[in-house]
Design a protein around this ligand. Structure first.
Ligand code: PLP
Length: 429
């Protein structure tokens, strides 16, 4: 059988034979990327994101899975004076066909990641998260009854809920911040039977998010001229760029990359700052001084990644370079106004990050950075939490352990090994 896709190193261009790898075996500081043998985007007869199975690195869909939906809002277009504005929504908005029940586009990453690991041999992913990612993986675990290990900062415990009771989650809370969670997750990912989920380096995650761009192109018949999104790690924006490259190669959706318009939330704006200087490196002292204090001030904390895949080959700097991208620094006040605008025009409560993206679009209109008749895609990356609370019973995920960052891990590792014995690789799969 001809394999569905190949992995190659963006920096070196060489094919990577072992498709389970997360980084280049030849040591290039680069993302790996999938190249699909099917040049054409043939639509599959599935609901949600698996309509785009042709360009997802799995052979079988993980169903049921929702997807991003693309629509137009006459009210929002009129309010902004734009004639060809499309909205992509990844969240819960049943009237529009949006059924991501954890409310964010992290579900688009979690679903193919879980499926791919299953197909590659059933290792258990270990995820460090500050909230939305952990919840997305928790939900997928509950729905598909597959094991996951999730490590979060203690203060994120209230964000970890599922819409079905979950029985296959090993949740660890750390009395510290997101960085402490990452450090602990690295230890746990070393336990036999587990693998690090990989973040932006995980191609399933990026290609899953790429379905936002695919759905927009299929719905509107073309690649947009401009793509607006709020970024934390930039993974979603890299994915949009990669999806657009595949669409160009397909030949049916146009031949120009969309210009990326990406927003961060003031005062924590490391990528805005580095890009303004057209610098590939983020210099902490210059681009994110007083990081901890700044992170405490933003309205959208999913946008506060301190170590984003920005400079790495194939990462966000390259995406901005190739698309002549723009970055926006959005203050909370502009975000709050944009949140109101989305509620009143689109009729849904946006995730704070989606409000930040909208505020960047407002700024681009006001400053004439885009034309009133340009084809624009606004990615509302999350929202609908109010409706989720009405329509579902939310089940809290209870931590197996709450530990201090400096505590010895031996006891925890022993418990995890024990848990894997019960939850790892079920005979029925
Ligand atoms: C994570 C997240 C983002 C940022 O996405 P990145 O891929 O990390 O840049 C934006 N919006 C929402 C709702 C998110 O959960």
């Amino acid at each position: 059988m001809i394999p569905k896709y190949r992995l190659s190193c963006v920096g070196g261009g060489e094919v990577v034979e072992d498709i389970s790898l997360l980084s280049c075996p030849n040591g290039h500081d680069s993302l790996l990327r999938t190249g699909y043998c099917s040049r054409k985007l043939h639509l599959a007869p599935h609901e949600g994101m698996y309509r785009y199975l042709a360009w997802l690195p799995v052979t079988t869909p993980l169903l049921p899975s929702g997807g991003a939906v693309t629509f137009t809002s006459d009210e929002l277009s009129r309010e902004l004076g734009l004639t060809r504005l499309s909205v992509s929504f990844s969240g819960y908005f049943p009237e529009r066909g949006a059924t991501l029940s954890t409310g964010s586009f992290k579900e688009l990453e979690a679903s193919p990641t879980m499926q791919r690991l299953q197909e590659l041999g059933g290792k258990i992913p270990v995820i460090a998260s500050a909230g939305n990612t952990g919840r997305a993986f928790a939900e997928l675990s509950a729905r598909c009854k597959r094991p996951v290990v999730i490590v979060i900062p203690e203060k994120a415990i209230p964000r970890l809920w599922t819409t079905e009771p979950a029985h296959d989650i090993f949740l660890v809370a750390v009395k510290g911040d997101y960085l402490d969670a990452i450090v602990l997750s690295n230890t746990l990912a070393g336990v036999p039977g587990c693998v690090p989920e990989g973040g932006a380096k995980n191609v399933a995650r990026r290609d899953g998010m790429g379905t936002v761009m695919l759905d927009a192109a299929v719905t509107t018949g073309r690649i947009p001229d401009h793509y607006f999104q709020a970024v934390g790690s930039g993974t979603g924006a890299i994915a949009a760029w990669e999806a657009a490259m595949r669409l160009i190669r397909d030949g049916s959706y146009g031949d120009r990359l969309p210009q990326l318009h990406l927003a961060q939330n003031e005062p924590f704006t490391p990528m805005v700052s580095a890009w303004a200087a057209r610098r590939r490196e983020i210099i902490p002292a210059e681009d994110m001084p007083d990081a901890v204090e700044s992170i405490g001030k933003v309205m959208s904390d999913v946008l506060t990644n301190r170590n984003p895949p920005y400079g790495i080959r194939g990462g966000l700097f390259d995406a901005l370079l190739e698309t002549q991208g723009c970055m926006y620094s959005v203050p909370n006040a502009a975000g709050a106004k944009a949140e109101k605008l989305i509620r009143e025009t689109v009729g849904i409560d946006p995730d704070p990050a989606a409000a930040i993206a909208t505020a960047a679009l407002v700024e681009a209109v006001e400053k004439d950075i885009i034309g009133a008749g340009d084809h624009i895609l606004l990615n509302l990356t999350g929202g609908g939490y109010e409706r989720i609370r009405e329509d579902f019973t939310l089940h809290a995920v209870i931590p197996a352990a709450v530990i201090r960052p400096d505590e010895p891990r031996d006891a925890l590792v022993t418990r995890l090994r024990e848990w894997i014995r019960h939850h790892g690789r079920k005979p029925d799969h």
